[in-house]
Design a protein around this ligand. Structure first.
Ligand code: AMP
Length: 114
């Protein structure tokens, strides 16, 4: 399988403005922002999507959510709030088959999503 754009970012073969990095996670702005703040958090280890993460790798979920909390704090989103979204598969609107968490904020977000 060819690498996804996110694997290429992890391998530093594609450019991204990395604003957070730790042992497990990278965070960078979405190229097509849907809100004034739109950050993607991705695991360095490849998993295609939420549904494809095996139980022995479930710690990736806590790594992503913990990193999102740090980035939200870094961007001072705590007071007004923010949304975390993980699109899974065709009905979920997934377009890049590498697990990722969207962090959206900077404006009131409507509900339900489209
Ligand atoms: P999803 O639709 O949930 O799979 O999210 C994939 C996201 O990746 C979309 O919001 C795209 O705008 C974003 N995206 C695609 N390519 C890049 C890139 N090179 N750098 C940053 N974001 C990207």
């Amino acid at each position: 399988m060819p690498k996804t754009i996110f694997e290429r970012i992890v391998d530093r073969e594609a450019q991204a403005d990395i604003l957070y990095e730790d042992e497990h996670v990278l965070a960078f702005p979405d190229i097509a922002p849907q809100a004034p703040v739109h950050i993607l958090l991705i695991p360095k280890r490849h998993h295609a999507r939420h549904a494809a993460v095996p139980p022995e790798h479930h710690s990736v979920f806590s790594h992503l959510f913990a990193a999102a909390q740090k980035v939200a704090r870094q961007l001072r989103l705590e007071k007004n709030g923010y949304r975390l979204v993980m699109n899974n598969g065709p009905d979920g609107g997934e377009t890049v088959p590498h697990l990722h968490l969207h962090l959206l904020g900077g404006r009131p977000l409507s509900w339900p999503p489209g």
